[in-house]
Write a protein that binds this ligand. Structure first.
Ligand SMILES: [Zn+2]
Length: 351
């Protein structure tokens, strides 16, 4: 099965486009998002005061290391801010932003369409459901087929009555231990991938073996591993053998938290955090081992403090800064183009 008008094309919020037009593509971002679901109470009076303050230069140092304990930081629903940040990306040579905000954390098709029209940046929108705390109340009673039908409709018809269509299924959220409802959500996403020919993108639970367990599940469900992206590999897998085992499955490995270097965030206190230097070293190792054509890159901007207007690195950090660091560390421009242009183009093209 397939989606006839999108087959051989990438599907953006403005409709199908020639994949050769995508250019530099960042494969995991959130232009508008409400990530309040991860908020953690700081637990003391001083922290609670900071938790309720708007993000400012005065508290930015605290917000950077406690980014999931400040309410304002977790909500970026300002379309004008998103436009200005997208233009910075475009001015740095960027072509396409993949917004994988799923249902439950404020996916906003009309906003994405407006941002794309105003800036000329291609935007690809996600579909499906995030981790269980963001599931709707009726999720337990819904069937795999029912959820799959919703995703298929988002891809082939559009979300609600907007006519704005999803060009990727994800990010599909999984936690650890992996819950039954999250397995159902992945099964539905795989069924929708089979029906539509869309790419699939997974947010795995926070243990090193979670990504491989999910890949095996997708394989059993009949998913297309060659068109499946595993997100957050740079903040899930630190063991070289496990990383090679995952890469050998044929999925896309996404290093998608470039620019984020503060470890142990309040909502995920066991998450180690590599520096961008360490990410680049890991990628160089994957390239040496023959996996260049399976790597895609992003920042996963999901808070205010990571945007340029709030003292952060923006959506353009990779083309502006990281690519220069990569070249310095021996990764060639041809290899960079493979990760930033060719791999996302292949991944986003409907079959
Ligand atoms: Zn994300």
């Amino acid at each position: 099965m397939s989606t006839p008008d999108a087959t051989g094309k990438a599907l953006t919020v403005l409709g199908p486009v020639d994949p050769n037009d995508l250019g530099i593509t960042i494969t995991h971002e959130h232009l508008v998002i409400d990530l309040s679901v991860v908020f953690v109470d700081p637990g003391d009076a001083a922290g609670r005061k900071l938790a309720e303050e708007p993000v400012s230069l005065d508290n930015l140092g605290w917000v950077r290391v406690n980014w999931s304990s400040n309410r304002d930081n977790l909500v970026q629903t300002d379309i004008e801010v998103a436009k200005r940040e997208s233009i910075r990306f475009k001015n740095a040579g960027g072509g396409t932003l993949v917004d994988v905000t799923p249902i439950g954390i404020d996916r906003n098709p009309a906003a994405l369409e407006e941002i794309s029209r105003a800036t000329g940046v291609h935007v690809v929108m996600g579909a499906g459901y995030y981790v269980w705390p963001a599931h709707p109340e009726d999720f337990t009673s819904r069937s795999v087929d029912n959820i799959a039908e919703e995703i298929i409709r988002d891809v082939q018809v559009g979300v609600g009555d907007t006519g704005i269509r999803s060009g990727i299924i994800g990010e599909i959220g999984c936690t650890w231990p992996w819950t039954d409802n999250e397995k159902k959500s992945v099964a539905a996403a795989v069924a929708a991938q089979r029906e539509t020919g869309a790419p699939l993108l997974i947010h795995p639970g926070r243990v090193q073996k979670a990504p491989i367990e999910i890949v095996n599940f997708i394989d059993r469900e009949g998913g297309d591993l060659s068109r499946t992206v595993m997100s957050h590999v740079d903040i899930r897998i630190y063991d070289r053998e496990i990383l090679r085992e995952l890469a050998a499955t044929g999925i896309y490995i996404e290093y998608d938290t470039f620019g984020l270097e503060s470890p142990f965030p309040p909502h995920a206190p066991d998450t180690l955090m590599p520096s961008d230097y360490q990410r680049i070293e890991q990628l160089a190792g994957l390239i040496d081992d023959g996996y260049l054509e399976r790597i895609v890159l992003a920042h996963d901007n999901c808070t205010k403090h990571r945007l340029r207007e709030f003292g952060g690195h923006g959506f353009d950090h990779i083309p502006t800064t990281v690519t220069g660091w990569m070249r310095r560390q021996g990764i060639t421009q041809t290899q960079i183009n493979t990760m930033l242009i060719e791999n996302p183009r292949r991944m986003l093209t409907f079959v």
